[in-house]
Write a protein that binds this ligand. Sequence first.
Ligand code: JHZ
Ligand code: ZN
Length: 418
Amino acid sequence: MATENVTTNDRCRVCGESALWEFLDLGLIPPANKFRAELDDEADPYPLVVVKCQNCHHVQLKHTVDRELLFSKYHYYSSNSGPLQAHFQEYAQELESSLLEHDDFVVEIGSNDGVLLREFGDSINVLGIDPAENVAAEASKYGVETITKFFSTDVANEVRRTDGKADVVLANNVVGHIDNIDELMRGISSLLAEEGHFIMEVRYLPDLLNTGAFESIYHEHISYFSVHSLKKLAEEYDMELTAVERIDIHGGSIRAYIRHKSSKNAVGSGLEFKKDYVADLIDFEVGIGLSETSPYAEFADLTERRRDRIQALLRRLEKSNKSVVGYGAPAKGNVLLNYCGISSDQVQYITDTTPMKQGTYTPGTDIPVCSPEKFVNDYPDYALLLAWNYRQAILEQEADYREEGGRFIIPAPYLDVV
Ligand code: JHZ
Ligand code: ZN
């Protein structure tokens, strides 16, 4: 293990408690988005251990890998997944019809290739913030101005000075990526207008636990949120979690609406009906014992069972000389491949729609990533659906493959062959 790019966290990132319960150790795994141009490029592994704070119950990684190493050159472009792009198109329309007003200023933290901001009409002023220059360059092609820095209180103050306070601050699949939660929340609090909304999407901890989706755990994902933990976090910064809704994206997420406590209309017009979900989901979380130990112990068991089943199936197919390729090369796919110890003898190549991933090798498992044409030109016996969160769309898109006898191995939430 390389030691220079990783630190061990002895205290909870939210409350500072030192009693942290380790409930899952996935071993040494390379950063999940570090696809390599050459096989002999380095893919140093780092520990992947998940802990729960015994005081505030916040679930988080024990270690922090240097953020420059993880995000400066980033292989993930949100727009390369059709269903995700559709999700953000719908989201932009929903925001325009429910909350946004003419001339509003919207800032997105972790704006990636502008997948969401590019969807807003001309009457909305948008600004992205994202540290990955290669990805932000793509956003600018769509006219989405992007500050290529990690979000911080300094960046928040710089934006406020130049463009004023934001009516809406958005953060999708990024709050869990940030080690210094205090810096993030202070920055948002100073950037957000008095009557503004901070709206975030994040993977929902109970969905992750219930499905045994261990592959969603990787070095980029430092924190794993519940409604309970988001509510507490908001309160610490004089803000309030006013509404929340469960959404299907990424295998089960939530969209959470947060405002300054001092806002005149606490919830915000158009959101009243979602406000009850905060109380309902907190009850649900109490019901499944989220602040106790059993859901985490069960998750650790389920993780091992899923690994054993996936390994057994792939070994069987290898013995019977079946061709197996990976479909989609998501970050979570690399955790699955590494943790299950899958080699290129078992999965010959992986197809992915992202040009930057094509022609590279997967970190830790050395499997070549190819363009989808290779798949279409020579159908394999089996396709391991690593991008299982888009199951429905991909099965529809690959109807011909299935009609010709090709089968998909769906590794999650339950191992299935269709
Ligand atoms: P996808 C990313 O995780 C990274 P990943 C990040 N850290 C995060 O937090 C989560 O999202 C939420 C390809 N594909 O979206 C495109 C096909 O090849 O599941 C992508 O490379 N064919 C920000 O990486 C990958 O699969 C297809 O038909 O786990 C999907 O990656 C489709 C639909 C996708 O996220
Ligand atoms: Zn804590």
